[in-house]
Design a protein around this ligand. Structure first.
Ligand SMILES: Cc1cc2nc3c(=O)[nH]c(=O)nc-3n(C[C@H](O)[C@H](O)[C@H](O)COP(=O)(O)O)c2cc1C
Ligand SMILES: [Fe+2]
Ligand SMILES: [Fe+2]
Length: 392
């Protein structure tokens, strides 16, 4: 695609990646993604803000064909999907300086083998005049790595935010056209990439509150001409109380655990508790991550396999621990044949979760009436906890 005008002398550049289906070798991309770079032409200086993932480099380089001079390359985030084409850009513009946070400088040297002399590091709040346009650099750690910053273009009231407020969407629409679609994609992005840093994100949102924002231009996905939409969503995901929902990731080989899961789901619904159910053998792990954003309770359903949880259940639990959702309660249900350490293993895998463990329900073989009664009790206990905490 050709460069696209956002405002006077401010252009989107970059690449729409329609084909990729996996990000960071881990994260499902149902509809691809985009890598957004931005060109800002001041009356005296020209800036390229971020670049693209190296496999997309040709597209950015051809967009730069008509650009005779770049004075600065701003690198907001050292991860290669934004920084990886900086070496090629510097080959074309050997006099350009790279502007980054001091921490990003070290990481860019580690990752791209750039030389020390080409850097200008900026402190939090520092400004750079491009003549009639002024960039203000705002350090914003942990969106998504410790070195990240965002950039505010003062005269045009545009916030360039890199991974912050990003979404994995491939489309030819430069600006958000369908807020529902973007909400889903941005929520998935937040869940998978930013949720682990919820505490710092809250601080970063507070830091941005005083700024008058007309446009937010992220590093992935579409540009927001209505920043309130995405800021409100982030406030809810980050600060909102857990909801009256049980997230129930499970796996079952011969249906015993599945029978338990089905019984528990029905019992919870009867008690007025919402359930989001994920069969880990077939689920889109991104959907599970999204459901974890606001669930009050997690119940893991797993048979015992080789003395511990089924590997898919271990993966689901590992992921939940890594994503640090705001859930307050957790339990485990499942079937076993002769014995093992399923509960101990799973309980030992969640040190990051600030959760109370509600008594697990395990059964030998196919569930019996006693098991179903125990699952009814578990549903009552969960509904009770949700009521006590005003989640219902
Ligand atoms: C590959 C495999 C390994 C198993 N390992 C164990 C084990 O170590 N300990 C145990 O109690 N049961 C073990 N079992 C038995 C299952 O836990 C038992 O059949 C259970 O009822 C299966 O639940 P499901 O119907 O939900 O798959 C194993 C079963 C399979 C297929
Ligand atoms: Fe990133
Ligand atoms: Fe990124």
């Amino acid at each position: 695609m050709k460069p696209r005008k956002i405002k006077d002398r401010i252009y989107w550049m970059g690449s729409v990646d329609w084909d990729s289906r996996l990000f960071d070798s881990r994260i499902p991309l149902p509809v691809g993604t985009s890598y957004n770079a931005y060109l800002i032409e001041g009356s005296e200086k020209t800036v390229l803000l971020d670049t693209v993932d190296p496999p997309m480099a040709d597209e950015l380089m051809s967009q730069l064909e008509g650009v005779s001079r770049i004075d600065y390359v701003v690198s907001q985030h050292a991860e290669q999907d934004h920084s990886g084409t900086i070496p090629l850009v510097l080959e074309k513009y050997p006099d350009a300086k790279v502007i980054s946070t001091p921490k990003a400088k070290g990481m860019l040297i580690d990752l791209l083998k750039l030389s020390d002399e080409i850097f200008i590091t900026v402190d939090d709040g520092e400004t750079l005049s491009l003549g009639d346009k002024t960039l203000k650099f705002i350090h914003a750690p942990w969106v998504h790595w410790p070195e990240t910053m965002v950039t505010y273009l003062e005269e045009d009231k545009i916030l360039f935010s890199c991974d912050f407020f990003g979404s994995h969407i491939a489309t030819t629409d430069l600006f958000v056209t369908d807020e529902g679609r973007v909400y889903e994609a941005a929520k998935r992005y937040y869940a998978e990439i930013l949720m682990p840093f919820r505490g710092v994100i809250k601080k970063n949102l507070e830091k941005l509150a005083p700024y008058d924002l007309e446009i937010i231009a992220p590093g992935h996905g579409q540009v927001f001409s209505n920043p309130k939409f995405i800021l409100d969503a982030y406030r809810d995901w980050t600060l909102g109380a857990p909801r009256n929902t049980v997230v129930l990731p499970y796996v079952s080989m011969h249906k015993s655990t599945k029978l338990m899961v089905e019984h528990l789901v029905a019992a919870l619904v009867e008690k007025g508790v919402r359930v989001e159910l994920f069969n880990l053998a077939v689920t889109d792990i991104g959907k599970l991550a999204m459901a974890l954003i606001d669930a009050a309770t997690i119940v893991v359903g797993t048979p015992t396999v080789l003395a511990g949880p089924h590997p898919y259940a271990a993966y689901g639990t590992f992921l939940a621990n890594a994503l640090r959702p705001k859930a307050k309660f957790i339990s485990i249900i499942g079937s076993y044949g002769w014995g093992g350490k399923t509960v101990e293993t799973l309980a030992g895998m969640i040190p990051n979760l600030k959760v109370e463990i509600i008594e697990p329900v395990l059964c030998k073989g196919v569930p019996s009436e006693d098991t179903f009664n125990a699952l009814d009790d578990l549903a009552v206990a969960i509904a009770q906890k949700h009521k006590e905490n005003n989640f219902i």
